[in-house]
Design a binder for this molecule. Structure first.
Ligand SMILES: [Zn+2]
Length: 205
């Protein structure tokens, strides 16, 4: 499987081909529409949103308009339909301060109607989509062989080498449980939306 990692501002999005289908994981910020559409040269069959924060779901509408099927977890279906997701609480001093002082006052994005709604597990074109809550209630990860595209379940931030836990989360205990769940399923490498891939051996939680 070829993994095509594209950076849209601060977010990694991934294009992979499985069983003859092109799958896009996440879509980037709503303000990046032109850059995003320039990078997406292929027909995309499925757009899997790891969760509905605006830096992941922001451009989904433009692929929906081209006929891609949009995949989201049932816990965030309404947020996607409304184009608005509540900001997550900060974790630790850094996360709390970012949420308190930052420009991140609006998490809104163009609303999209999903085509496929996930609950616990679902196979899509040979990929396993798994519910991995914690960062948000409806966070999902996409597993292929021993790789997990995990959205914000982990973050690999260069300015914060001491931990790979996300700096924002609705439930940090569930984050840890979801990471363990993926490791128990045989995941060897995590591909986060922020930062470079991390192997299980190097993972700091
Ligand atoms: Zn997020």
């Amino acid at each position: 499987m070829k993994i095509n990692r594209i950076r849209i501002l601060f977010t990694n999005i991934f294009i992979i081909n499985s069983k003859g289908k092109n799958i896009l994981i996440d879509t980037g910020y709503p303000i990046t529409k032109e850059h995003f559409l320039k990078k997406i040269k292929y027909d995309i069959d499925f757009v899997i949103l790891t969760h509905t924060h605006f830096d992941h779901s922001g451009n989904a509408i433009y692929l929906k308009e081209r006929g891609s099927l949009i995949v989201v977890h049932e816990n965030e279906k309404d947020w996607l339909l409304n184009g608005s997701t509540p900001p997550p609480p900060g974790v630790g001093t850094i996360g709390k301060n970012i949420m308190r002082f930052s420009f991140l006052k609006s998490f809104d994005f163009p609303p999209v109607e999903p085509d496929i709604v996930i609950s616990d597990y679902r196979e899509i074109a040979g990929l396993l989509v798994v519910h991995t809550p914690g960062h948000t209630p409806g966070s999902i990860s996409v597993i292929y062989e021993d790789v997990a595209f995990c959205g914000d379940l982990i973050m690999n931030l260069s300015w914060r080498p001491s931990s790979h836990l996300p700096i924002f989360a609705h439930d940090i205990k569930k984050v840890k449980e979801s990471i363990k769940k993926l490791i128990d399923m045989g995941v060897g490498t995590f591909y986060p939306a922020h930062g470079r891939p991390v192997s299980v051996e190097r993972l700091k939680i």
